[in-house]
Write a protein that binds this ligand. Sequence first.
Ligand SMILES: [Fe+2]
Length: 119
Amino acid sequence: MSELFDVINYPKDPANKSDLEKKHYPTIDMPASVKAWEPFEVKVTIGKELAHPNEGAHFIQWVELYFNEVLISRSELTPTIYEMPVDFRLKLGKSGTLRARARCNLHGIWEGSAELKIN
Ligand SMILES: [Fe+2]
């Protein structure tokens, strides 16, 4: 499994995810319509399709949210106490790609993305 730490992992076939992929793939939820420079909420859930363990020996250590290549925010999570989703609040002036990255202490870094259209 050590190769999992050398790369950013994505589901190989998003339409047919393995259980490992379902537990680790970050899902980004946001409003369908966002106006330029108006604050909005983004929720990132790890394990939305299949719950990821949340205990000292196996847990999600952090979640980062990027706009294109720019890091907006990073949340450090404490196992057993923190519950998904991880909430972010932001405002943007142009459309682009939101990217969420999360690190599992056993299974490495995983990324999910969503296109954000600013009206
Ligand atoms: Fe894991």
